[in-house]
Design a binder for this molecule. Structure first.
Ligand code: NI
Length: 143
């Protein structure tokens, strides 16, 4: 995209989060400005999405940290997981402190289903930290 095609938009970010982001940006990338830093994050997200292989058999882990006091979050997490019993091989739940839970799901199945599950869980309000680490198995593990 040419420089002349740049679009400006404003985003709202908690002050502390922005401060930490600026510090990380300064530490890891020197004089890269905020706009470039956000553009890089957007590109990373798009590349990660391109690497998804919906038709492949995939295996991986889904990690979430959340405050179990958030609304009806635990019930919603449960409801979704009960729709993916074929894909969720195992779950581990750790009560981290009075508020926070760490949940790790081992997942296996068609990429499309596994990504769908991850998107549903990680988009729930109250799931603050979450990541799916996943690899297609066709080329690596099946031989
Ligand atoms: Ni817990």
């Amino acid at each position: 995209m040419a420089e002349t095609d740049l679009t400006r938009f404003s985003i709202a970010v908690p002050e502390n989060l922005l401060k930490q982001f600026d510090e990380l940006n300064e530490r890891a990338h020197g004089n890269r400005n905020r706009s470039e830093a956000v553009r890089d994050l957007i590109r990373q997200a798009l590349v990660a999405d391109e690497l998804r292989a919906p038709d492949a058999d995939v295996i991986g882990s889904l990690t979430m940290i959340y405050d179990h006091h958030t609304g009806d979050l635990t019930r919603r997490l449960d409801d979704i997981q009960h729709d993916y019993t074929a894909e969720i091989v195992s779950t581990m739940h750790v009560h981290l402190d009075h508020h926070n839970c760490l949940e790790i799901l081992a997942v296996k199945g068609k990429g499309a289903r596994v990504y769908e599950l991850a998107d549903k869980l990680l988009s729930l309000k109250g799931v603050d930290h979450g990541a799916l680490t996943c690899a297609a198995t066709e080329s690596s593990l099946d031989r």
